[in-house]
Design a protein around this ligand. Structure first.
Ligand SMILES: [Zn+2]
Length: 179
């Protein structure tokens, strides 16, 4: 059986100070503190309310669709199990989240993702009456479309520490039900 790569074999950070360009495995990145990111997201939600959801969801969705093939390629993932394992390791290392579980619902129609330590609700823990990891809703939707080779999925966050839950729960399902 093939052994999945170690995270340190997979992520290479390079600095090009003359061009203010830092890359991880060839992808340009920037560092931003979680406090600043939290304040940016909280500021948008405070200003726009739930109207900010489509904006964050769409930008997350596009990022998720682009990100999954990169992870699969860099880690040389050969199957679903390896892809989920690589994803969990990579996003923990990125400081984004802990991907605790990914499973199908009993009827096989929904993908359920359990996430702890989401970067997106850091500024909002226990302070809201609705879930607010809107970027991650979109991101996981786009990401899992690629991983599960499906299209037209939609994601809803059904639990979140913003409302006092221990973890975020994301339910990803077909946009159009087929009987
Ligand atoms: Zn959440």
């Amino acid at each position: 059986m093939k052994v999945i790569k170690n995270i340190d074999e997979t992520l290479f950070i390079e600095f090009d100070d003359e061009n203010a360009n830092t890359t991880i495995s060839g992808i340009p990145v920037m560092f931003i503190s979680k406090k600043t990111m939290g304040s940016l997201i909280k500021g948008m939600i405070d200003a726009l309310g739930e109207g900010v959801r489509p904006l964050l969801y769409t930008s997350g969705y596009n990022a998720g669709r682009k990100s999954a093939p990169v992870v699969i390629r860099h880690w040389d993932c050969k199957n679903l199990e390896e892809t989920i394992s690589a994803t969990a390791q990579q996003f923990a290392r990125y400081g984004w989240l802990l991907l605790k579980d990914v499973k199908l619902s009993e009827d096989g129609r929904e993908i359920i993702c359990m996430v702890e330590k989401s970067f997106e609700n850091q500024a909002y823990q226990g302070m809201s009456n609705h879930s607010n990891c809107y970027f991650l809703e979109g991101f996981l939707c786009g990401y899992m479309e690629v991983v599960y080779n499906k299209e037209n999925l939609v994601c809803e966050e059904t639990a979140c520490p913003t409302t006092g839950d221990k973890a975020c729960q994301f339910v990803i399902k077909p946009k159009f039900w087929k009987e």
